[in-house]
Design a binder for this molecule. Structure first.
Ligand SMILES: C[S@@+](CC[C@H](N)C(=O)[O-])C[C@H]1O[C@@H](n2cnc3c(N)ncnc32)[C@H](O)[C@@H]1O
Length: 274
């Protein structure tokens, strides 16, 4: 459905500037703001891998100002995306000096956080960096209350340097979960090195240094371990019995999904489900 749009996005990504903005403006479909507001306004949540620009005031999905509170979680104090992260009370500065607790722990093992602590969980451009997404989602659902919500943003593969890669299937993710694949896994590296579109994205300047950086992925987490599209993301939610509330594409490449944890899934049963 979005084939032509994403082709245009890939072309336009080479021409940053006002013309690009105009093209995106005309290609952008209506975003279901009401659904996000209704489900997040006045609520207490956790964000993995934040803060996120798109959630700030005057950006395309400005949810931060609606929230009652937000804590943060990152895998390390040092990442390529943020200034040094300090763990602790009021260290998570997510929106114009609004602050929450900052956890330092891996998204696949939120052992510092009790079951059902939060109303909602946000993770923008995180899931694709995780080697075992079902393990992470299991944890994310655990820390969210019954009928709480999960809002994920992943890059739609067709709009990014991953467009030549195959979408990760649900059965692949189930297999990774069954085999307890850990975050050091580099199974996808040969595929990434071969199919990454260096014309669209060349973060290290040449293929050899990209390979070198990727070999240290456990330290930097830069790899897109998996790639997603709308169908696969919806299948993933259905599989976990997360009721999909809305799915939006926010150009140029954000695939946004908001879902509600259904009352019926007792946390202990989730493991069996996966
Ligand atoms: C691509 S950045 C996205 C930053 C921001 N959320 C955004 O959308 O612009 C990925 C973020 O997820 C964090 N991250 C990656 N893997 C993680 C993991 N396994 N556990 C916790 N955080 C992780 C990174 O450190 C970084 O903060």
């Amino acid at each position: 459905m979005y084939e032509k749009t994403f082709k245009m996005v890939r072309i336009m990504s080479k021409f940053p500037g006002i013309f690009q903005k105009i093209v995106y403006y005309f290609l952008q479909e209506k975003i279901n703001y009401e659904a996000y507001y209704k489900n997040l306004q006045g609520k207490e949540g956790l964000e993995i891998g934040g803060p996120t620009q798109i959630f700030k005031k005057n950006n395309k999905l400005p949810i931060y100002p609606w929230l009652k509170s937000l804590d943060g979680c990152n895998f390390s104090e040092n990442t390529v995306w943020h200034d040094r992260i300090e763990k602790g009370k009021l260290s998570y500065d997510y929106d114009n000096r609004r602050r929450g607790y900052q956890y330092i722990c891996d998204a696949v093992d939120l052992k510092l956080i009790e079951d059902g602590k939060y109303d909602f969980l946000l993770a923008s451009h995180v899931l694709e960096h995780i080697a075992n997404p079902l393990k992470a989602l299991h944890e994310w659902l655990r820390v969210v209350k019954e009928e709480g919500t999960i809002l994920l943003i992943v890059p739609h593969k067709e709009a990014t340097f991953d467009h030549q890669r195959e979408v990760t299937t649900l059965s692949h993710l189930k297999e990774d979960f069954k085999n307890n694949v850990d975050e050091k896994d580099l199974t996808h590296l040969p595929e990434i090195l071969k199919l990454h579109d260096y014309g669209l994205h060349n973060p290290t300047g040449d293929v050899e240094s990209f390979r070198e950086r990727s070999l240290h992925n456990y330290e930097n987490r830069c790899l897109h371990q998996h790639v997603f599209d709308i169908d696969q993301l919806m299948k993933l939610f259905n599989h976990l019995q997360i009721e999909v509330i809305t799915v939006d594409i926010i150009l140029p490449h954000n695939l946004v999904i908001l879902g509600q944890k259904t009352k019926k899934i007792p946390i202990k049963q989730l493991k069996k489900l996966i």
